[in-house]
Design a binder for this molecule. Sequence first.
Ligand SMILES: *Cc1c(COP(=O)(O)O)cnc(C)c1O
Length: 455
Amino acid sequence: MSSPESGATDARENPPVRRVSDWDAERLRGLAAEYETPLYVQDLDRVRENCERLLAAFPNADVRYAVKAHTGRAVLETVRDAGLDAECASAGEVDRALAAGFDGSRLHYTAVNPPARDLDYVVGVAEAEPDLTVTVGAADTLDRLAERGYDGRVCVRVNPGVGAGHHEKVTTGGAAKFGIPYDRAAEAARAAAERFDVVGIHAHAGSGIDPEQLDSHRELVARMGELARDLAAPGAADDDAPASAAPLDLEYVDVGGGFGVPYEEDASPLDLSAVADATREAVAPLPEGVDLAVEPGRYVVADAGVLLTRVNTVKDTPDETVVGVDAGMTDLLRPAMYDAYHPIRNLGGASGESPVEEREATPVTVAGPICETGDTLGKNRALTDPVRGDLLAVGVAGAYGYEMASQYNSRPRPAEVALDDGTAAVARRREALGDLTTVEREADRDRTDRPEGDR
Ligand SMILES: *Cc1c(COP(=O)(O)O)cnc(C)c1O
């Protein structure tokens, strides 16, 4: 964990990854004692470092944080101060980004099958913030925007026909759900320009670009560069634009996010400058005045977060030792949903036990309290002999962690503390049992508030 005085972040002090073993065990035990478990800890200093590495690797590009990875207010404010824009996937995310101080010129709303309520809201926001951009992946959505009187900034989302991702559920680049098919994108963008201010083109291949997948990233980027050139100078290349097509005055080519982080302890971190070089090389030469844009989500927040959970049961069975903890798939869904690996470290702390460094490592399954077989945080993990009362740190949990938490099994969502310059503050309070029934009680109240005859 960074010390309070580590404001500066040259390469030496800003490593490409923070492992679960790099966190200060004493500090984490203190936080768990003070705020109880399960507890998310999000270090804003590390979020800042991640932003700085991205900005340094992509100096002339627009870097947009995909806020769905972590929408906490403190994180959004940190990212805003660091100079990134916000990429939002829903009305709720736009609302949060506005509240965190992003103005319209730094807001990008990506409309994926947008519900009417979301479009109504965003069109309303655009009246006050006309510099906001709506990224659209279907001709139909353009009609729905026009019906609402919107004629502002639009970016055309393209389905590049290439996907990358750590799991099929997050490989979006080739799925028909996302974007306008590549072969029709130029025509769609030109048609859109008759009704809207078309400022960009966009593609997102999916989540989990890693060193082995740089080729498909390169291919996506190259296609997008080609499309931008066609749109800027119709007919110049061998595209089949009508001779009469007007050139589009694009501001950017957005090649999406998906920058991977190493979850396994021995996986190497993404070589960000290699990705940046590959991106610039593949997209070039962009028409005059057209910038590159990227949209990392996970990369900004993943290794800035850990989930702390307490061991409550240790069960030796003939097959394996099951370590029961107080966090499960309702707190961290990724292992159950994506078979995702998260590193787990035993921080010890059980009273009357020997320090964790002096214990033997044993392979265990770490399981949560939910009635689902899939509710494990890790299988066959060599943890230093966990005993009841020990504290475990589940690492690289800052992205899609709290965001995907639910109240399934009537489990209140965990608390989250944010560390800022070493100082802890509650960012999201722990939910209480009463929070589970708020909406029911409010519905009851609304019903009984109405006159007898209306019920
Ligand atoms: C989810 C998403 C991202 C970010 O993906 P990461 O894997 O978290 O980097 C970027 N752009 C769009 C459109 C997305 O949906």
